[in-house]
Design a protein around this ligand. Structure first.
Ligand SMILES: Nc1ncnc2c1ncn2[C@@H]1O[C@H](COP(=O)(O)OP(=O)(O)OP(=O)(O)O)[C@@H](O)[C@H]1O
Ligand SMILES: [Mg+2]
Length: 245
């Protein structure tokens, strides 16, 4: 089982290295199709490994249990990485309808209220009344906000703030801001942010912002970041209003 796992990981990392070389030369953030195929194929042996480990855990002597638990956690982490990767692929199919960004932000506030309270971070929403609807895929836009808000909360310490806001910007844009008072970013980090697999977190996959960028580009929207170390981050999204594609 271990050999099979190593073999898969080696194949995966070889393809990833190839893509990285290509990316560095071409400055593209597109991942090659082969990476998705391998990711997809890795899921079956991984579930098999998980099921076998769970069986082993029931039968093994007590002293082995922590090691098996560690392996199970790693298998789960790999599974999460593969799911995120496959998600990146799924994002390409969008269903466009009119979307109320103000309500979406309020929904996000409800969704994250529990997590924010637990972390003792204040999560607020400011949205101008009567901002026009945008044309977009609501589920994908939720996924995009979830990634940005999750990052903002993760960057904050107790007592911090996360502010979500939306306003109409003349002549034909909605400006959305996701602002936090967290650790912030230096200039070098800002250049890396949207690159798939870039992460500074122990348990991160580094695909969150790559997914955000992909979703926004499918909506003809743009995202920029303003930040300084220890001064928090503001992600600014410009969304076109009259784009019917
Ligand atoms: N609001 C923020 N404040 C500070 N650093 C941030 C913020 N958002 C993103 N980052 C930095 O950008 C990196 C990439 O973020 P991204 O969301 O793509 O991946 P991740 O959060 O590390 O992992 P995951 O795949 O679980 O989202 C983070 O690891 C972090 O270093
Ligand atoms: Mg993230």
């Amino acid at each position: 089982m271990k050999e099979l796992q190593m073999n898969m990981i080696e194949q995966f990392s070889e393809i990833y290295d190839e893509w990285l070389t290509y990316y560095t030369k071409q400055k593209t953030t597109e991942l090659p199709a082969s990476l998705f195929t391998i990711a997809h194929e890795m899921k079956n042996p991984l579930s098999l490994m998980k099921a076998t480990l769970q069986l082993m855990e029931q039968d093994c002597p007590l002293s082995f249990s922590p090691k098996i638990k560690l392996l199970l956690r790693e298998v789960d982490r790999m599974n999460q990485l593969l799911n995120d990767l496959l998600h990146l692929k799924k994002v390409e199919t969008c269903v466009f309808k009119p979307v109320d960004i103000g309500s979406l932000l309020e929904e996000m506030q409800l969704l994250f209220r529990g997590i924010a309270e637990k972390k003792k971070v204040r999560l607020s929403v400011y949205s101008h009344k009567k901002i026009p609807f945008v044309y977009g895929d609501e589920e994908r836009l939720k996924q995009m906000f979830i990634n940005l808000i999750k990052n903002a909360l993760e960057a904050n310490e107790e007592g911090g703030k996360v502010i979500l806001s939306a306003r109409f910007k003349k002549p034909n844009q909605i400006e959305i801001r996701i602002q936090d008072t967290g650790v912030g970013l230096c200039e070098a980090q800002q250049g890396e942010l949207f690159r798939p697999f870039y992460t500074t977190k122990k348990e991160g996959t580094g695909l969150g912002l790559a997914i955000v960028q992909k979703i926004l580009s499918l909506h003809h929207a743009t995202i920029t970041v303003k930040s300084r170390p220890q001064k928090g981050c503001t992600f600014i999204i410009h969304f076109p209003i009259h784009h019917n594609t």
